[in-house]
Ligand binder design. Structure first.
Ligand SMILES: Nc1nc2c(ncn2[C@@H]2O[C@H](COP(=O)(O)OP(=O)(O)OP(=O)(O)O)[C@@H](O)[C@H]2O)c(=O)[nH]1
Ligand SMILES: [Mg+2]
Length: 202
């Protein structure tokens, strides 16, 4: 069966949430993780990718809403994790530390983890914390792709400049960041394409 059919058949489905990555079930499928600052639009992107009218991932106006590692399956082709956002100051230092430990443990230890999609906000300057997560991923040899969210809020005449500034600031390859909008659907095809390449790669 083709990859597209395997993915399309059952779409994106929520599996379970985990506070501690050690409790996550083994999966023989390749896994891709969604990381990025709180409120950047990770959960919305997953909903947009799913193409369903009903949301599969919880979205919130309150940053820091996703506190657990949420595991989803995408048909019978791959699994996806939606991680708690980093850099959210309004929770206690203790809780932030616990998130950091859990997220880092997940990124270091998850056996079937093939790649990370790093979400950044296209309206903001490149952030040091995003550079740090990219370094962390590179250090642990986890391939990554950067997606710039909420491009619907950027003036079309500014879009190229905006993407170039993020590319320069984070030293990204020429085809990144992928401009993305959960509201208009821009970038959906490109992100699916990337996920497919990751899954089909040996
Ligand atoms: N205009 C616009 N708003 C968006 C887009 N993506 C997300 N949002 C809004 O941004 C807010 C945060 O979205 P989430 O998807 O919950 O963000 P998150 O990265 O999962 O946040 P955490 O779970 O806190 O880490 C919500 O109010 C969304 O409706 C987008 O592409 N365009
Ligand atoms: Mg979220």
């Amino acid at each position: 069966m083709s990859w597209a059919k395997e993915v399309d058949r059952s779409g994106v489905t929520f599996v379970n949430s985990f506070a501690d990555p050690r409790g996550m079930p083994f999966s023989p499928l390749p896994e891709v993780t969604l990381v990025g600052r709180s409120n950047v639009g990770k959960s919305s992107a997953l909903n947009a990718l799913s193409g369903r009218r009903k949301r599969v991932a919880q979205v919130s106006k309150t940053p820091g809403r996703t506190r657990l590692i949420n595991l989803f399956s995408v048909g019978s082709a791959l699994t996806v994790t939606d991680l708690p956002g980093y850099g959210f100051a309004k929770v206690s230092a203790e809780l932030q530390e616990e998130w950091r430990r859990n997220v880092e443990a997940y990124l270091r230890q998850r056996e079937n983890l093939r790649a990370a999609v790093v979400f950044i906000d296209s309206q903001r300057e490149p952030q040091a914390v995003d550079a740090q997560i990219l370094d962390f991923l590179a250090f642990h040899e986890i391939p990554s792709v950067v997606v710039a969210t909420k491009v619907d809020k950027v003036r079309p005449s500014q879009l190229d400049n905006c993407m170039a500034a993020l590319r320069r600031g984070l030293a990204l390859p020429p085809d990144q960041p992928i401009p993305f909008s959960s509201t208009t659907g821009v970038g959906r095809k490109e992100l699916w394409q990337y996920l497919q390449e990751i899954c089909l790669a040996e």
